[in-house]
Design a protein around this ligand. Sequence first.
Ligand code: GUN
Length: 281
Amino acid sequence: MAKILDGKLVAKEILDNLSDEILFLEKAPCLAVIIVGDDPASKIYVNLKRKKATELGFDSVVVEMPETITQNDLLAKIEELNEDKKINAILVQMPLPKHIDANAVIEKINPIKDVDCFHPYNVGRIATGNIPYIYPCTPKGIMRLLEYYDIEISGKNAVVVGRSNIVGKPMAQMLLNSNATVTICHSKTKNLSQITQKADILISAVGKANLITKDMVKEGAVVVDVGMNRTQDGKLCGDVDFWEAEQKASYITPVPGGVGPMTICSLMVNTYDLFKKQNEL
Ligand code: GUN
């Protein structure tokens, strides 16, 4: 039976320490979140982020824009937030409506306020093994979770399933920077299970319930589930068939309570880190 990688517990520990530090600041770090349109899932995520920021004593601003907003108006709003000294961190909730070029939006964000680490400056810094202003929230949360449980990365076979810019690609890069031997799998990968069976560390970030079954997991593997899916009866579940995989894994993240809390935790830590960098603290 696998040990649980308890993201809820680790995130709480990190955020308890962070809220102690915030008490001594003269002004509060401020996170701005832009949400375009009415996507219900995005609204839930944005509310969660705002709630956590408020709980910690951060200031937060939520900018709601209609689905029909023009790209130019959105870029102008980002420019305004870039210039605003009170705003330390800018997050544009994805996905954006189809008529808006997400890359143009991301590139408009000042890299020192790019709390998601989506800007090519920060992404490029990671790719070249340099230090970015901040690391992307989900991969950073996963790295902290592995570190908390003393899980060795160097020399291990790490398999990342999913190649999104938000999770899969930066996750692979960060594992590589920590000296893992990394394979990225995606929708066109042939013989997925043959590859995952070799993974000492298996990370799934696809968004497909029950994608990872027992036969795909190596005995003793560390299994990290980034998926956030709904079952037919409305329950939250990951990409991994938990009860199957946990019979072979040495460590496994639950859904919920694994990667999700670590992602929000990293967003808060990133906001604080950007605040410190901007104020030379
Ligand atoms: N949509 C889904 N996940 C994320 C995230 O981590 N950041 C942003 N900005 N949008 C998202």
